[in-house]
Ligand binder design. Structure first.
Ligand SMILES: Cc1cc2nc3c(=O)[nH]c(=O)nc-3n(C[C@H](O)[C@H](O)[C@H](O)COP(=O)(O)OP(=O)(O)OC[C@H]3O[C@@H](n4cnc5c(N)ncnc54)[C@H](O)[C@@H]3O)c2cc1C
Ligand code: FES
Length: 281
């Protein structure tokens, strides 16, 4: 039996500084053993533990899409011990990757439906994975209208800016980029908080429309009443939680909410499921 704690060795192939404050970097990894890439088969919405020898492991959402082959990608905010160490690493350095872990967005249920992606700040990582997955030529026909509402504090704090601009140009996805404020005279997208832009741009809720919401607690707090107003059922609002974790495989008991282990039963839950759980997240 495979040891679930054993990470796959990976090499940092490329590091991209995403934001002007340089606190968010995207790491592209390649597997040292090509067969490990097959073993790491994942779905959009899952996460993995990035492990740095002698420093520890951190759970990070997978930002690449399963349709992108030859690499796997993560975007990491520099907040503490392991993430700071990772930020100081260089292309060519070797580290570990354990996973894929957790559940994923319910792709089977979303087939044939409208999907509204609502994201804020650096929680856009698994949403990027989801958008790339849905837009893949092999998958696009499986979904009806796709809307994306994504906001950051300022233009320089948006992730994946080139891709956002490219999606903006396409006619098979409706992209609404927004910032809280901008002093850039050339800024051509929205200015306003994500809940406000959601109210203006999101389609009304119905049996055929699902929202995937991922962002800071304040954004979620003010977006939920907007979705209620737009008539989204709580079983049609899908969220991803970022609890403190250790093992990532439902053994250590570090991440539970009531009887649910966020690492194993989640991190993806519908709002209807979360309503039935203790408010510990
Ligand atoms: C399923 C999942 C997906 C995640 N995806 C991403 C991602 O795509 N990109 C990303 O940058 N981060 C993500 N996180 C958060 C990330 O795991 C933490 O920021 C990271 O573990 C911090 O480790 P550290 O050693 O650098 O910081 P530490 O030294 O452990 O802590 C530094 C500070 O960060 C806070 N912190 C630590 N862990 C968390 C956490 N889980 N949530 C909120 N605050 C925390 C601590 O309270 C402390 O204030 C995700 C977490 C989970 C559970
Ligand atoms: S992190 Fe150990 S049970 Fe979830």
């Amino acid at each position: 039996m495979l040891n679930p704690y054993l990470p796959y060795p990976v090499r940092i192939d490329e590091i991209i500084t995403e934001t002007v404050d340089k606190n968010l970097k995207t790491f592209r990894f390649v597997f040292l053993n090509p067969e490990d890439e097959q073993k790491f088969a994942y779905q959009a919405g899952q996460f993995a533990e990035l492990s740095v020898t002698g420093k520890g492991e951190i759970p990070i959402g997978i930002a690449s899409s399963p349709t992108e082959k030859g690499f796997v990608m993560f975007t990491v905010n520099k907040v503490g011990l392991v993430s700071s160490y990772l930020h100081a690493m260089k292309a060519g350095d070797i580290m570990g990757l354990r996973g894929p872990l957790g559940n994923w967005y319910p792709w089977e249920r979303l087939k044939g439906k409208n999907v509204v992606i609502i994201g804020g700040g650096f929680a856009f990582t698994t949403l990027r994975s989801s958008i790339v997955y849905m837009l893949d030529p092999a998958n696009r026909k499986d979904f009806k209208d796709i809307h994306v509402i994504y906001g950051a504090r300022s233009p320089g704090m948006l992730l994946y800016r080139k891709e956002l601009a490219a999606w903006e140009e396409r006619d098979d996805i409706n992209v609404h980029i927004t910032v809280d404020a901008s002093d850039d005279p050339d800024w051509k997208y929205n200015v306003g908080f994500v809940p406000t832009i959601t109210e203006q741009k999101a389609p009304p809720g119905n049996a055929d429309t699902y929202a995937i919401v991922c962002g800071p607690p304040i954004m979620i707090k003010f977006t939920q009443p907007v979705l209620d107003k737009l008539n989204y059922g709580h079983d049609h609002i899908i969220m991803s939680l970022e609890m403190r974790m250790k093992c990532g495989i439902g053994i250590c008991g570090r991440c539970n909410i009531g009887k649910e282990f966020v690492c194993k039963d989640g991190p993806v839950f519908t709002l209807a499921q979360l309503n039935g759980m203790p408010r510990e997240y």
